[in-house]
Design a binder for this molecule. Structure first.
Ligand code: HEM
Length: 63
């Protein structure tokens, strides 16, 4: 979602592919901390792996 955006009932959220792998991993870890999600932290490699798929925001859905 952070790389490609998301279109849903509330509108369109743009993607932020211009942010670096480190930045996006840090942002996701920050959100998880705020939301008290207990899970393995993201690392920059996780972000890198998801790049280059050129997904449209309409195709991004909740798991
Ligand atoms: C990098 C900063 C941002 C983060 C981390 C973020 C995060 C999120 C998250 C977690 C959701 C909920 C998605 C879901 O539960 O399905 C969401 C939805 C949304 N965001 Fe963002 N957001 C960011 C920036 C923005 C910006 C700048 C905009 C507007 C210009 C925006 C517009 C929206 C909209 C319209 C939705 C609802 C999409 C839908 O209807 O499914 N977001 N965002």
């Amino acid at each position: 979602m952070l790389l490609y955006g998301k279109r849903g009932e509330a509108g369109l959220m743009p993607g932020f592919p211009q942010l670096g792998d480190e930045e996006l991993a840090a942002l996701l870890n920050h959100l998880m901390a705020l939301l008290k999600v207990r899970a393995e932290p993201f690392n920059p490699e996780d972000i890198k792996r998801e790049r280059g798929q050129n997904l449209a925001p309409d195709r991004i859905q909740r798991p």
